[in-house]
Design a protein around this ligand. Structure first.
Ligand code: CU
Length: 213
């Protein structure tokens, strides 16, 4: 069995006990926003979108983005998060929707081909997009978003990982956070599933409105 663990890490909420290891410190994200420090999502990357076109960090510019790292075979957090983002998206006006890109970057690129991503993302919202690539490309993109990954087969990655040890399934632990990016491709803030649909929708609307004044 493939033992490839993508371990991100954000410990914004102490209540988190997902299948997805969240252990990146709040300090890491805070530091990432201070002048001179590397910014979340600012590193160069090259991926392939679900239509087979090359995408880079430039594709985060010109509109807001909600960026989520996940995989189509995920049994729980990814479909939950994408359902939530679909609800958020549906609460925006058509004009606001036009200014927002919702993208999941696959952390299981061997399985998640562009065609697989397209079918999956379209099931949540036709406007959503999915990016994938080679393992190296995905790793580089994940690193740019402070999604650290390690290969491990130990048992130290959380009790819920047991749920994911299905036959033929990769063990993948990844960030459960959604990164809100501005039209300059800069990180604004993370959202977690626990924030709730209403709060995320309000924050997205407020940010888009404020920047349009
Ligand atoms: Cu997932």
């Amino acid at each position: 069995m493939k033992k490839h663990l993508l371990t991100l890490a954000l410990l914004l909420t102490a209540t988190v006990a997902h299948a997805h290891s969240v252990s990146q410190s709040l300090a890491a994200l805070t530091n990432a926003r201070t002048p001179g420090a590397p910014s979340v999502g600012s590193a160069a990357f090259t991926l392939t979108d679900m239509n087979g076109h090359t995408v880079t960090q430039e594709n985060l510019k010109g509109h807001y983005s909600l960026v989520f790292f996940g995989f189509t075979r995920c049994p729980d957090e990814c479909p939950q998060t994408l359902s939530q983002l679909a609800d958020v998206y549906s609460q925006l006006s058509p004009a606001q929707q036009k200014q927002l890109q919702v993208v999941m970057v696959s952390v299981d690129p061997a399985h998640d081909t562009p065609a697989v991503m397209k079918g999956y993302m379209s099931s949540f919202n036709k406007a959503f997009t999915g990016w994938t690539g080679t393992q190296a490309q995905v790793d580089a993109a994940a690193k740019g978003f402070l999604v650290y990954h390690t290969e491990t087969s130990d048992e130290s990655h959380g009790d819920h990982m047991e749920d994911m040890k299905m036959d033929g399934m990769p063990e993948i632990t990844h960030s459960a956070f959604t990164y809100f990016m501005n039209p300059q491709g800069q990180f604004i803030k993370p959202f977690s599933h626990e924030d709730g649909t209403a709060k995320i929708a309000a924050a997205v609307k407020a940010t888009i409105l404020t920047n349009n004044q």
